[in-house]
Design a protein around this ligand. Structure first.
Ligand code: SAH
Ligand code: F3S
Length: 489
């Protein structure tokens, strides 16, 4: 296995990969939609937007592939493995169509659709519909074309689409936590990354529509939201349009612009009891104002997902990550100074082209400095069309990549255990999300710092904020006893 992640978190929840999504049935709707999602949280959020659009087109969702009129798969291109998984799903749809459900139509959404475009229609005979991440509003027209017997495709990337005006239906929800997207696209051009090519230029969503969505979620009983973007710290609203055009904005637009720290404040004050999370932060774009804002408001959760990708200055440069190892340490030191109990997690890539043993040791020593609570660790996967693919040979042997990855994982496990143990004998506030997988007598939820905690159910219910004294832990999970509801209820 080339990818490894430990400790579930919202950004890439491996347990949710391929999850079929269901929404409340609209009795007037007669057509059946089967929609499943792979990849990042943004894809899961996008699928909610898609389901919301199709709900108005006569579709109810189903979890049964065999009865679906329309099958949509929201795809990921981040690593080769993600694409292989989707190709396998297409084989499965093909078998169902051939043997059981010949009228079923199949559409591919998301990053693979954008990357492969019409090639999909040529390569995969099963596919009737190819739709990129900025074209979901065109789905009704595209589906009409498919129903007329034609293949349909729209992979146009947009300068302004943020789907801010669509109120997403919540799919497979626990009714407690929800995703709220705030930016689309990415302008960073990390050399290994396919996202700037599949999701286009960076745009921010109108803060007003974000706040309205949060207020609406609160009124429906939600207690925690995660603000989503490829690079949330780069959020900038100045009336709409691409981030790169901010220079051309008027003086008034510039003076009244909303950046990420201001947006956090707007969200935190709009619903002072709603837990606010965000993901993902690129170190080069994370500023002190954001950290100070986190410290100012109790309901902004003390967890930062701060991918570093490598501990070597030479590799960081080759990756076009615009900070040094020392600058990263300074950022970590500032976070710890301003928010001493802040949990920090990471993403790491091992085996980037030209990576030497010395670079690898730099990665391990960086991890030793930070002692992350958890992380997502990957071997480098060359992606067609990226700058790294054009510029470098993928020259680190797979065996070396795997060995380095296992060393990185072993170190992370050690640090996770160290960090998790520090919670023993402390009291944490847990937001109850669901029944524990291990026992139906226990609740499972997360602390403010995004660590999973389980405790005996007692009189508590899903959606309660409960104070829990931690008595024990595994490497990733806190085990405790409830001592009462927190005053956040
Ligand atoms: N900013 C994004 C990052 C996108 S991809 C976000 O919101 O999470 C998530 C992680 O996948 C990256 O941080 C990186 O560690 C990993 N990744 C991206 N491209 C990769 C590649 N070509 N090979 C291996 N891992 C990759
Ligand atoms: Fe990819 Fe770097 Fe953006 S990892 S999503 S190009 S911040």
């Amino acid at each position: 296995m080339s990818d490894f992640n430990i400790f579930m978190e919202k950004t890439i929840d491996e347990n949710k990969q391929g999850e079929t999504l269901v929404i409340a049935k609209n009795e007037e709707n007669t057509k059946k939609l089967f929609i499943e999602s792979y990849g990042c949280a943004m894809n899961f959020s996008d699928s909610e937007i898609v389901a919301s659009i199709l709900q108005n087109e006569g579709y109810n969702t189903t979890q049964n592939l065999e009865e679906a009129d329309l099958v949509l798969v929201n795809t990921c291109s981040i690593r080769d493995k993600a694409e292989v998984t989707v190709r396998k799903r297409l084989e499965k749809y093909n078998a169902v169509k051939r043997d059981i459900n010949p009228n079923m139509k199949v559409g591919v959404l998301g990053c693979m659709a954008e990357r492969l475009k019409s090639k999909f229609l040529e390569e995969e005979k099963i596919v009737d519909l190819v739709v990129g991440p900025d074209a979901y509003k065109d789905l009704p027209n595209l589906i009409a074309e498919v129903e007329d017997g034609h293949d349909a495709i729209n992979v146009v990337l947009s300068k302004e689409e943020t789907y801010g005006d669509i109120s997403p239906v919540r799919l497979n929800t626990n009714g407690v936590t929800a995703l709220v997207s705030i930016t689309r696209g990415c302008d960073n051009m990390c050399t290994f990354c396919v996202v700037p090519f599949t999701r286009g230029r960076e745009r921010s969503r109108d803060p007003q529509s974000i706040i309205e969505e949060i207020n609406d979620l609160w009124s429906k009983g939600y207690k925690e939201i995660t603000l989503l973007g490829q690079n949330v710290d780069s959020y900038l609203w100045y009336g709409g349009g691409m981030k790169k055009d901010f220079d051309k904005a008027s003086d008034l637009e510039k003076a009244t612009a909303t950046d990420f720290s201001k947006l956090l404040e707007l969200c935190a004050t709009a619903q002072p009891k709603m837990r606010i999370r965000f993901s993902t932060s690129n170190p080069q774009d994370m500023h002190l104002e954001v950290i100070k804002m986190m410290a100012k408001y109790d309901n902004i959760c003390n967890h930062i997902h701060l991918p570093v990708q490598s501990g070597s200055d030479r590799i960081l440069k080759a990756m076009n990550r615009l900070h040094t190892r020392q600058e990263y340490f300074t950022l970590i030191d500032n976070i710890k100074k301003i928010i001493p109990n802040c949990v920090i997690s990471h993403d790491m890539i091992t085996g980037f082209p030209t990576e030497t043993e010395e670079d690898h040791q730099d990665t391990l020593s960086l991890m030793e400095y930070v002692k992350y609570n958890f992380g997502y660790m990957f071997t480098y996967s060359e992606r067609p069309g990226t700058l790294a693919e054009r510029k470098f040979e993928d020259d680190v042997p797979e065996k070396t990549k795997s060995r380095r990855l296992s060393e990185i994982i072993a170190l992370q496990l050690k640090h996770s255990e160290f960090r998790t143990k520090q919670f023993i004998n402390t009291t944490v506030e847990v937001l109850v999300e669901k029944e524990s997988k291990k026992s139906n007598q226990e609740w499972s939820g997360r602390t403010q710092q995004n660590i999973v905690a389980v405790f005996p159910k007692g009189e508590y219910k899903i959606g309660d904020f409960v104070n829990v004294t931690v008595t024990d832990c595994t490497k990733a999970t806190l085990i405790g006893e409830a001592i009462g509801k927190s005053n956040n209820n």
